[in-house]
Design a protein around this ligand. Structure first.
Ligand code: ATP
Ligand code: MG
Length: 430
């Protein structure tokens, strides 16, 4: 026998129990975003490779070693490793900001060839939220508040906010000079990646996860000390709005983010409940990206949240409350009964009920077991007796009430009454 083929390493199937939780999450997310005036976007999963090289930066983990890139007949293509670059590309291509700024969001898979581990996959999902064309610090603060509201909506506790300002390009350039001088003085303590980055992207060295370099990084010149008045004022204003909203935060001078396009505010929501993969949401301002992608300059800010990581924090029992079972499960025995059951199920769907019709045979006992497992509130029994009198037996599955034979033409009404009616009203009736 040949071996079965398995999914690609680091790419997961999301099976029905889990997928139902995802759907519940997605519908919560849609409501949450509508509450802030965001409109949906859907971009291709594949983009021209130069898009990510330009947007994310050549000297980043993603572009250097994590992208799924392949040659097509005409050009080099890449499975998107993140959404912001695609979103801004689409906005430029369709001139979406012609009549003013826009709040946009998207959700979908991203691809990075990383070492797979818990909370880190090669295909993972993000909800991306982008506020395009807005310069004011209030937008940075609103984006951060949105995160807090989502954790509250999901009843997730203990997610902490870390914040930093990366200032402007010029401020980073001045900081860079001193940082490089400092790191060159300590060349011997740099790991291989860092030594390579020293000449190209030294700021990223501060972002290292190598525990042996922590001390070195702690002692490095801090970008915060190089910020000019405008950047400082912007940062202060964001912090003020956060404290007005009662959102505690920690300024983390080492927070530089993995991607090159950020400036001014950067932030991460972190938890210690997920081990090393503790960042569940990250973002910031990226005023330079539009120009970098060949467009007219536009201020912008946004964030992306990692769906797998957020879902890992979302209580199973809580999410179960959002998952809906079918209303009805129809069981039947005999050929004539099977035909009647088939049309009864369709009639009830016409009436707006979610109906699962038993398929696959088996006696009534086995079928009732399925009915129970489906989570339906009622089983509808169609046997030969029922067919003879043009009726259906309705059996409550979640309460100890007696089953009742109901005429077929009154069936929908009875069921509606049972499912949505007043408690006392259908007492005894069904
Ligand atoms: P990390 O530091 O964990 O590698 P990152 O800085 O590379 O994250 P971003 O590019 O900012 O991540 O993406 C935003 C969010 O997407 C992250 O905070 C995380 O929740 C999620 N994420 C990123 N990479 C992965 C992955 N490989 N698997 C699962 N989730 C991920
Ligand atoms: Mg990463």
């Amino acid at each position: 026998m040949t071996k079965i083929i398995q999914a690609v390493r680091g790419m997961k199937d999301i099976l029905p129990d889990e997928a139902e939780r995802w759907e519940a999450f997605e519908s919560l997310v849609r409501d949450w975003l509508r509450g802030y005036g965001y409109r949906p976007m859907r971009m291709p999963l594949v983009e021209p490779t130069p898009l990510f090289k330009r947007a994310i930066g050549e000297v980043t983990d993603i572009v250097e070693k994590e992208m799924y890139t392949f040659g097509d007949a005409e050009e080099s293509l890449t499975l998107r490793p993140e959404g912001t670059a695609s979103c801004v590309r689409a906005v430029l291509e369709h001139n979406l900001l012609y009549d003013g700024p826009k709040r946009l969001w998207y959700m979908g898979p991203m691809f990075r060839r990383e070492r797979p581990q818990k909370g880190r996959y090669r295909q993972f999902y993000q909800v991306g939220v982008e506020a395009l064309g807005f310069a004011e610090p209030a937008m940075d603060a609103e984006l951060i508040l949105m995160g807090q509201r989502l954790w509250d909506d999901l009843d997730i506790h203990g997610v902490k906010l870390e914040l930093n300002s990366l200032g402007s390009l010029e401020e980073r350039a001045r900081h860079r000079v001193d940082l490089v001088a400092y790191l060159e003085k300590h060349q011997d303590r740099l790991d291989e990646d860092s030594r390579r980055r020293l000449g190209s992207n030294p700021l990223r060295i501060l972002d290292t996860k190598n525990p042996h370099m922590q001390e070195l990084v702690e002692g490095a010149p801090r970008l915060t000390d190089y910020l000019g008045d405008a950047s400082l004022a912007h940062f202060e204003s964001v912090r003020q709005l956060l404290s007005d909203a009662g959102i505690p935060h920690r300024v983390n001078p080492r927070l530089v983010r993995g991607l090159d396009y950020y400036n001014r505010t950067v932030f991460e929501w972190v938890t210690d409940r997920l081990g090393a993969q503790g960042t569940i949401c990250a973002g910031g301002r990226y005023d330079g990206l539009f120009e970098q992608l060949g467009g007219k300059p536009q201020p912008a800010a946004g964030f992306a949240l990692g769906v797998e990581r957020v879902l890992a924090l979302w209580d199973e029992a809580q999410s179960a409350a959002f998952i809906e079972s079918p209303d009805l499960y129809v069981v039947h025995d005999g050929e004539g009964a099977g035909r009647v059951a088939f049309s009864v199920a369709e009639e009830l769907r016409d009436g707006g009920f979610a109906v699962q019709l038993h398929a696959g045979g088996g006696n009534f006992k086995a079928q009732m077991k399925r009915a129970d497992g489906s989570g339906a509130k009622l089983a509808l029994i169609v046997g030969e007796d029922e067919v003879r009198v043009d009726a259906v037996t309705v059996k409550p599955l979640r309460e100890s009430r007696p089953q009742l034979r109901v005429a077929r033409n009154e069936l929908a009404l009875h069921i509606a009454d049972y499912l949505f009616g007043d408690e006392d009203e259908h007492d005894g009736n069904l």
